[in-house]
Design a protein around this ligand. Structure first.
Ligand code: GTP
Ligand code: MG
Length: 196
């Protein structure tokens, strides 16, 4: 499916499952630790940076933010996992909201799980990927902030992530700053929706 990602509009910030839009369109969600670059990547994919809240301070995204793209699907910006400055209760609320949505919403067709290349994937990432995997929703692991590493360090990080998450192929990587990998990810999302 060829999707016009540049035609994007904010729909709703859902703080509960009842607020999740149900207009028949499929959803593709972006998950990962706080500060990994989820919101920035949505901005890069849609070419509309002002649409998506990003921040130098983590913890910007508190709800499931839905963006209707190309009249064809919703991209969902998740709050980050594990932001240390949130209270224990707030972290638990966010984990439950994401877990319930992934388990129960049958419009959710794919999860893009972002891993900061520089960390090579943390124990929390592995735990999140296992937990989200239980929903049975297909998942794509993508490395972020590729511009922060040289080619050699990047190749090493990609190999480490492939090993840690037991992937069959090298994970894709992106840079929201330079735009590298962004068109490839658009194509992967379009292709995944064709199969779903
Ligand atoms: P939460 O909403 O707290 O979960 O964070 P997030 O995952 O949405 O991260 P966000 O997109 O807000 O980015 C966090 C910080 O990383 C910001 O300062 C961004 O400018 C920076 N950042 C995001 N993507 C990139 C990238 O590709 N390259 C570089 N150099 N910085 C990036
Ligand atoms: Mg965010």
């Amino acid at each position: 499916m060829k999707i016009n990602f540049r035609q994007a509009e904010f729909v709703v910030g859902a703080a509960s499952l009842a607020q999740v839009p149900d207009d028949g369109l499929p959803h593709v969600a972006f998950a990962g630790r706080s500060n990994v670059g989820k919101s920035s990547l949505l901005g890069a994919l849609t070419g509309t940076k002002r649409l998506v809240k990003t921040s130098a301070t983590p913890g910007k995204t508190r709800e499931l933010n839905f963006f209707r793209v190309g009249g064809a699907l919703h991209l969902v910006d998740f709050p980050g996992f594990g932001y240390a400055k949130f209270s224990k209760e707030e972290r638990a609320r966010i984990s439950k909201l994401i877990g319930d949505y992934a388990a129960k919403c049958d419009r959710l067709r794919g999860i893009v799980y972002l891993v900061d290349l520089r960390t090579e994937g943390t124990a929390l990432d592995l735990q999140n990927v296992v937990a989200l995997g239980e929903s049975g929703v297909p998942m794509l692991i993508v490395g972020t902030k590729g511009d922060k590493l040289g080619a050699e360090a990047r190749a090493k990080a990609i190999e480490a992530i492939r090993g840690k998450f037991e992937l069959e192929d090298d994970p894709m990587w992106v840079s929201s700053r330079t735009g590298e990998g962004v068109e490839e990810l658009r194509e992967a999302i379009g292709g995944a929706l064709d199969e779903a």
